[in-house]
Design a protein around this ligand. Structure first.
Ligand SMILES: [Ca+2]
Length: 304
């Protein structure tokens, strides 16, 4: 009788111990699993960071490759830009086991915000899809932004027209950067994205060089029709370096200079999901102690 009670008591104690051990085991399993999960996430994050860093380094290398080619061309016998493609055509350059997408655009092919005639600026906004009166308004506001006076053009805007958060046109006049256009009255991000690729502050010319001008610039010229522009571009692509005359507009808008400032975009996709676009503005002076200067260096928009 006593022996039987002792045995049952021992069995209960053993059963209780088993439950405690099982609970501890499952608690340990939960802890182990959560550690494994955290480690997996961290591994994934680290892998992404490595892939992004690789893409960034590759894109930066792409810009430097393009700079090296521009510098090579500078020493060419006729002073031309050698074999560099500088009219904004996309190029695929194999480098370090990946294909880099590189675009080089001579700034003299673009419309200078500080020096372009208002008719050309109006044409740019019309080509971007704005009705004539709104396009004229933006041309006036840009002209008011860059001039040194307080006189408002018919559709323009001077300091009093801007809100409290933005003082309006700079006292010294002129755009320091294309992105400053975002501060001009009425500008939207969507419209800016459309016109910005055609604009520069580094040309300093009234007009542009049609040999290297992007399509959006050519379409901005008064009387330019899309089909005529496309035919012109096709001929230009086949006749590299040829002296192309514009089949529309007047000759006052034409200049023949190419340098010395270029926008370079380089996009790299590394293994994994890494992707980076570097956009740089490079000045290559004709002489001086430094072969080139980096005027701008930023993360760019996707080239796809
Ligand atoms: Ca003014």
């Amino acid at each position: 009788m006593q022996a039987g009670q002792r045995m049952r008591r021992r069995e209960r104690a053993q059963g209780f111990a088993l439950v405690v051990v099982l609970m501890m085991l499952s608690a340990l399993a939960v802890i182990a699993l959560s550690y494994a999960g955290a480690a997996r996430t961290e591994t994934k994050v680290a892998a992404n960071e490595i892939a992004n860093a690789q893409a960034r380094a590759l894109a930066d290398a792409g810009v430097m490759l393009a700079v090296a080619q521009l510098l090579d061309g500078k020493d060419g016998e006729d002073g031309e830009d050698g074999e560099s493609i500088i009219d904004g055509r996309p190029q695929v350059v194999p480098f370090a086991g990946v294909d880099l997408d590189i675009i080089v655009q001579a700034e003299t092919g673009k419309i200078d915000l500080n020096t372009a005639p208002e008719s050309l600026l109006k044409g740019l906004f019309e080509a971007a899809g704005l009705p004539s009166n709104e396009a004229a308004s933006f041309a006036d506001r840009i002209a008011d932004w860059r001039d040194d006076n307080d006189l408002r053009r018919p559709f323009g805007a001077e300091a009093p027209d801007y809100g409290e958060n933005d003082p309006g046109p700079p006292a010294a006049g002129g755009f320091a950067h294309v992105h400053e256009l975002n501060r001009v009255l009425g500008m939207t991000a969507e419209l800016f994205a459309k016109v910005a690729p055609a604009l520069t502050v580094h040309s300093g010319r009234q007009g542009f060089n049609p040999r290297v001008a992007p399509r959006s610039v050519l379409l901005s010229v008064l009387g330019a029709q899309p089909d005529v522009v496309d035919t012109f571009l096709e001929a230009r692509g086949q006749e590299a370096g040829g002296n192309q005359q514009l089949p529309f507009g007047d000759g006052d808008l034409i200049n023949v200079e190419v340098g010395p400032v270029y926008t370079i975009q380089a996009q790299a996709n590394s293994e994994g999901s890494g992707r980076f676009v570097r956009e740089a503005v490079i000045w290559i002076p004709k002489s001086g102690e430094r072969p080139y200067w980096v005027l701008d260096w930023r993360a760019g928009r996707s080239l796809d």
